[in-house]
Design a protein around this ligand. Structure first.
Ligand code: PEP
Ligand code: MN
Length: 339
């Protein structure tokens, strides 16, 4: 249920509502909208009619049910869009598009620093790179772990680019949070509910990739786990789903972008690198993602893709990344965004 406060309702009136919501056994989440405040009361569906009495309270405009199974992630609860603010003036979800780029895996100091500078020079906003890698085979490169996190932190220190990196399990959340500006949850972990709950306690934003076979509803319910556990800063990333098609690694579901824009206020990023699996399809699908309304892109870039320890075939060289940035620049004005 959402308790919509009147425009100009006082702090005391809001506090009384919050207390009553708690007394009735629900968890109150106060959302500060552009015009007015709302209190989302989440809890057991069966008891929700008890909340209708709040209609009689001072300062309350209306009590309305939230029809979607995801509550706090839904656009029914929050009208404006969520904009996530990061260090050095970077933000995600506003008018300005966000480009996050870097290697699939952090491999060495030279590789990550060279890439960070190339991303920065081309106009990218954030550096990506995996230190903990979720690999299909246990015999493949598993990442440099904490040493990789330290290299990412060094690259941020030198270039000023905020960094995003994956956390594979609950145990490592504190460690990754120490180094990263955004914590990524990979496609394989989208329904690791204990990890999601732990990330709810985390102060940094969470980048939630879509699972290989997640429906949009399941994906948004995973986002809901993080938000209801206390962290409202969730970014969704469409990275392709598994279909019967074998010409590409995954099928980048562009439909998901307008669907998410309707269903949720959370920012949406598109990852055409994992979405296609081939570098030559990355530029067109990055453009398509932005044209469909995404708030930014995540791109794999490597100094020598042919030597990459993971995902080299879908990684752009520095010059191809520069080409992408030039093309996104032209597209940004068409879609009334900036880069
Ligand atoms: C990655 O970003 O390198 C990655 C492993 O992504 P995904 O979880 O989408 O496969
Ligand atoms: Mn990868």
């Amino acid at each position: 249920m959402i308790i919509v406060m009147k425009m100009g309702a006082s702090k005391d009136q809001l506090e009384t509502v919050v207390k009553k919501v708690e007394e009735l056994g629900f968890k109150p989440h106060v959302i500060h909208g552009e015009e007015r405040k709302v209190v989302a009361a989440v809890g057991h569906e069966k008891k929700k009619t008890d909340l209708y009495d709040l209609q009689l309270y001072d300062g309350v405009e209306a009590v309305v049910p939230i029809s979607k199974p995801y509550k706090l992630a839904s656009s029914e609860v929050k009208k404006g869009r969520t904009v996530i603010k990061l260090p050095n003036g970077v933000s995600i979800g506003g008018k300005k598009l966000c480009v996050m780029a870097g290697p699939c895996s952090v491999e060495s100091e030279k590789q990550i620093l060279e890439t960070a500078w190339a991303v920065k020079k081309a106009g990218g906003h954030m550096l990506r790179g995996g230190a903990f890698k979720p690999r299909t085979s246990p015999y493949e490169f598993q990442g440099l772990e904490e040493a990789g996190l330290k290299l990412l932190a060094k690259a941020r220190e030198e270039t000023g680019l905020p960094v995003i990196t994956e956390v594979l399990n609950q145990r490592d959340v504190e460690l990754v949070e120490k180094y990263a500006d955004i914590l990524q949850v990979g496609a394989r972990n989208v329904q690791n509910f204990s990890l999601l709950k732990e990330l709810g306690q985390c102060k940094k934003p969470v980048f939630l990739k879509r699972g290989l076979s997640s429906t949009i509803k399941e994906w948004l319910l995973s986002a809901e786990y993080i938000i209801t556990s206390g962290n409202p800063n969730v970014i969704l990333c469409e990275r392709g789903i598994r279909t019967f098609e074998t010409a590409t690694r995954n099928t980048l579901d562009l439909n998901a972008i307008p669907v998410l824009k309707k269903e949720t206020h959370l920012p949406v990023i598109v990852d055409p690198s994992h979405g296609t699996g081939y570098w030559s399809y990355v530029i067109p699908m990055a453009m398509a993602g932005i044209a469909a309304g995404a708030d930014g892109v995540m791109i794999e870039v490597h100094p020598k893709p042919e030597e990459a320890l993971s995902d080299g075939g879908q990684s752009l060289t520095f010059s191809r990344f520069e080409e992408l940035m030039g093309r996104l620049q032209a597209l940004a004005t068409v879609v009334e965004r900036s880069l």
